[in-house]
Design a protein around this ligand. Structure first.
Ligand code: NAP
Length: 271
């Protein structure tokens, strides 16, 4: 048994994606949506362990709160302050964050080389932190983080510098986004902007030049975000949020099953 804990959870594409892989490969797992209100989170995770779940994903609004409820949290989860995947072994709950590693695998699958690149991340929440840590692990040349709340970007910069003092990381506010985007080779949106039709594009469209790579953590069912649309129109290479969703799921499934997931079946279920 596997599942995804969130509130609400009906919109999640994860059950469809994971169950498609289990059906295709004949692996004996089932993945269920679990709607858990914040006040029931401690009881729910204890219950999952008691019921013999192998693990579960965690989504909004529980990704941060769950960190303090687990027996162990791996580095990416600690730096991000957020966990999206839990593995249960002998009743012990281990928290991981596969958003960053999923992002890297999505870039790799799209043929995007990250080592030595100058990167801009817009946003400084859990997804931004996981992506930033993973990018540093890939050996990017420089990471700029800009965020609506500049202080949050600065705190993330400080955490990253504490982990990797030799790395080149800077922080700023959205006032800096145009300058930062002009100088970046890879641009990543890790804010909520793009989830709604009326949202502004998080980066000035003029900065989305054809030699750049534009990545969006945001995904929308059956629709591309305005950032991705604008980047495509200007000839930039893109990595969409549904690719990141796919590969964070692939990474989680590898952890739970110890086997190589059927990526094609997962991809078909998403598209
Ligand atoms: P989070 O921790 O709550 O952080 C939200 C971020 O969005 C913060 O940087 C916040 O800025 C910024 N933000 C929110 N509203 C904004 C606005 N109106 N204008 C500018 N910035 C705004 O959330 P998260 O977990 O990092 O998730 C961020 C996005 O990534 C979400 O859309 C989520 O669905 C997506 N995501 C996708 C995947 C995937 O697999 N594709 C995985 C994880 C997350 P402040 O700090 O100023 O509030």
């Amino acid at each position: 048994m596997l599942g995804v804990i969130g509130h609400p959870i009906g919109h999640s594409l994860s059950p469809k994606m994971h169950n498609a892989a289990f059906a295709a490969s004949g692996m004996n797992y089932v993945y269920v949506p679990l709607d858990v209100s914040p006040d029931r989170l401690p009881a729910a995770i204890e219950g999952a362990a008691a019921l013999g779940f192998r693990g579960f994903n965690v989504t909004m609004p529980h990704k941060e709160r769950i960190v303090s409820l687990l027996d162990e949290v791996e580095e990416a989860g600690r730096v991000a302050g957020a966990v999206n995947t839990v593995l249960i072994e002998d009743g012990s709950l281990r928290g991981l964050n596969t958003d960053g590693s999923g992002f890297i695998e999505a870039c790799r699958a799209a043929g995007v080389e990250l080592a030595g690149r100058r990167v801009l991340i817009v946003g400084a929440g859990g997804a931004a932190a996981a992506i930033a840590l993973a990018l540093i692990g890939e050996g990017v040349a420089e990471t700029k983080i800009v965020n609506r709340t500049a202080g949050r970007a600065e705190r993330l910069r400080d955490r990253l510098l504490f982990m990797s003092p030799e790395t080149e990381v800077s922080a700023g506010s959205l006032d800096d986004v145009e300058e930062a985007a002009s100088g970046a080779e890879v641009i990543v949106n890790a804010t909520y902007l793009g989830m709604k039709d009326e949202d502004p594009v998080p980066v000035p469209v003029g900065c989305l030049e054809s030699q750049k790579v534009v990545c969006d953590a945001v995904y929308r069912a059956g629709k591309e975000t305005r950032l991705i649309e604008a980047a495509r129109q200007r000839g930039a290479r893109v990595v969409t949020g549904d690719r990141m969703l796919l590969y964070q799921g692939v990474q989680a499934q590898r952890l739970w099953t110890g086997q190589e997931p059927d990526v094609e079946a997962m991809n078909d279920a998403l598209t």
